[in-house]
Design a protein around this ligand. Sequence first.
Ligand code: DDH
Length: 289
Amino acid sequence: GDSSPKGPFVPTQDDYQKVYDAVASRLANETDYDDGSYGPVLVRLAWHASGTYDKETGTGGSNGATMRFAPESDHGANAGLKAARDFLEPIKTQFPWISYSDLWTLGGACAIQELGGPTIPWRPGREDRDVAACTPDGRLPDASKDQRHIRDVFSRMGFDDREMVALIGAHALGRCHTDRSGFDGPWNFSPTVFSNEFFRLLAEEKWIPKKWNGPYQFTDKTTGTLMMLPSDMALVRDKAFKKHVERYGKDSDVFFKEFSDVFVKLLELGVPFKTDDRISFKTSETQRG
Ligand code: DDH
């Protein structure tokens, strides 16, 4: 027999595709949640894990998965993300060799692809860190604020105007929950399909303040069922932002391409990768043939 000692398991691209497939299959099976998919909240987990990055100090970002711990798990912006972390736990049990920080970002990439979005080339290399690496509260954006705040927060991560607008286009997915952020409702009629609808509606609909007892938000005049956050409205109030809103609202291919590039960049902020090779995962649909 083979008497050589077993080294540490070194995963191949095929192994990561297996993790992708397991997440995709769980997404397809666990439909008794929200609008029928955990995809949107997985995207938000990947974003909130990554969006704590500070380019000046090199702290935060997806490396570390420090949202596993209080105080970061209890930061107001992260309310509700336990649903996404718990959703991924059986995958972690099945593939114990993957770090939480790789798994959470892979989960976001998988959700975007499985919900009909662009390919998100992804690479491994994140290592989990302990509670001492938790970032301070206040690094993620506040939905009640305007364009100045958006520029402050996203330029701290190293993004320009165009990239900021593209990233916020993820609001095509999912919804606001009164028991999480206090805000309420989805941004469009198909919240489990990745699309440029957020931008088209933002540019074309008339948005009016919602009359209710909750936090200040907007609703579409036509149906009164959709929503925009004050920070979303800032994207059409600011001329430099609005230019990109209109571009993306008119051309889905341009949005998909630019979103993919900037989401890849988001998930990689501050990560000391050892490889330049990214994996383009095959979706469950292409594999069915
Ligand atoms: Fe967001 N987002 N987001 N967002 N976000 C919320 C939900 C979702 C802001 C506030 C909120 C991005 C940018 C911003 C997603 C992805 C992304 C909710 C509702 C609030 C509030 C939470 C709840 O009640 O459950 C603000 C402010 C900004 C900003 O940039 C100014 C970005 C960049 C992304 C991204 O993914 C790249 C997704 C997906 C959701 C839906 C979650 C769900 O459970 O459904």
